[in-house]
Ligand binder design. Structure first.
Ligand code: FA5
Length: 351
């Protein structure tokens, strides 16, 4: 019987050493360790042995079983590594010293307007904050007054990870963290919270000329004593006239967002058709650009700020739509197209 174990051990050693890929390895695993496998068969064949023999033989077979399982794990790692190496070797080799075909690269139009907005707001004392794209339900919804099952969530269906985190559907997801980050300085030193935070947002959208499933927003917040709607309107007007370098026609109408009260929709007169109506503005002459409002007391409170002492405004500028309007791009989807031919038209000089 002992000889059987030795013969099988040697056979398995050779077989595992010679398998070339993971599927061959799995086949071997089933043949040796599976229910009908050779090692299992050795165990089944012990019934005719004496109790003493069963003990020693059984221990040997179990030892072999453990060693084979361990060797299979090792081979999985080795084969994975070989597979990656093979894939890398199969890739086309680039000569990084070769001259580029294109004359020069250019910034993406969204990057250009984002940088421009950052410069404008920095000059007015705002800090620019970075925030992750993967956030929690608390950050994206609950901390901004959108509890579970609130109907406002329907408009912001997004992509969920298996661990419950999500790709942020709005830059408002950073509001709570910003309030907490700068709240102490506001309360102890009287320094107003003035921050903008641009970022990529994701939504489960049926795309059209003005809707993408992946787009950029730039959130802004200001919190201090006695902040009012006039402050909000001042900053919105300044930002737009600086971006367009002229006065642009906008309209403010009431809008509902659970994290502001009162809330507004700020629409821009469509720069593509001049307001007569086209597919970019869904034939209305206007495009929703930058909803805004006075921060809801619940949001301030959740961020550790006393709403009886401080007030503030917040806005959520649609950066991708702003790029669309500024550069007169008729269809928002062109901005994510990756078409170098169309994107190369935009350069720093456009600023
Ligand atoms: C919001 O996302 C709110 N968080 C904005 C806000 C912030 C309101 C602070 C009040 C205070 P809304 O879903 O409307 O709101 O999106 C804001 C802007 O992002 C829109 O006006 C639009 O310019 C842009 N936007 C929204 N969805 C898309 C989309 N699918 N594709 C391109 N741009 C979009």
């Amino acid at each position: 019987m002992d000889n059987k174990i030795e013969v099988l051990r040697e056979e398995i050693r050779q077989r595992l050493a010679s398998v070339k890929d993971l599927s061959e390895l799995d086949k071997a695993r089933v043949e040796y360790l599976g229910k009908k496998g050779s090692i299992t068969a050795l165990l089944k064949g012990m019934k005719d042995l004496s109790n003493e023999e069963k003990k020693t033989f059984g221990a040997e077979v179990n030892k072999l079983k453990g060693a084979v399982a361990k060797r299979i794990e090792e081979r999985i790692e080795e084969l994975k590594k070989l597979q990656i190496e093979a894939e890398i070797n199969a890739m086309p080799q680039f000569d990084i010293t070769a001259p580029a075909d294109l004359d020069r690269g250019s910034y993406h139009p969204i990057t250009l307007v984002q940088r421009q907005c950052e410069t404008i707001f920095k000059s007015m004392g705002f800090t620019v904050e970075d925030y992750p794209e993967v956030v929690t339900d608390y950050e994206c919804f609950e901390s901004v007054n959108i509890p579970k099952h609130h109907p406002a969530r329907d408009m912001q269906d997004t992509y969920y990870l298996e661990n419950g985190q999500l790709l942020k559907s709005q830059t408002s997801a950073a509001q709570n963290a910003i309030l907490k980050k700068y709240g102490k300085r506001l309360k102890e030193n009287g320094v107003p919270i003035k921050a903008i935070f641009p970022g990529r947002c994701f939504r489960n959208e049926a795309t059209d000329a003005s809707h993408e499933n992946t787009f950029f927003q730039m959130e802004g917040m200001m919190v201090d004593r006695d902040i009012s709607i006039s402050n909000l309107i001042f900053f919105m007007k300044t930002m737009l006239s600086e971006v367009f370098q002229r006065d642009v026609k906008v309209r403010l109408r009431p809008g509902f967002f659970p994290f502001v009260e009162p809330g507004f929709e700020l629409d821009i007169n469509c720069e593509i058709c001049g307001g007569t109506g086209c597919s970019s503005c869904k034939h209305s002459g206007w495009l929703e650009l930058c909803p805004c409002g006075m921060i809801h007391p619940n949001v301030l409170r959740e961020g550790g700020i006393d709403p009886d002492e401080y007030t503030g405004f917040a806005f959520g500028l649609g950066l991708t739509r702003l790029a669309m309007m500024k550069y007169k791009v008729k269809d928002i989807r062109d901005l994510n197209s990756g078409s170098l031919k169309s994107l190369a038209q935009f350069t720093d000089d456009d600023n």
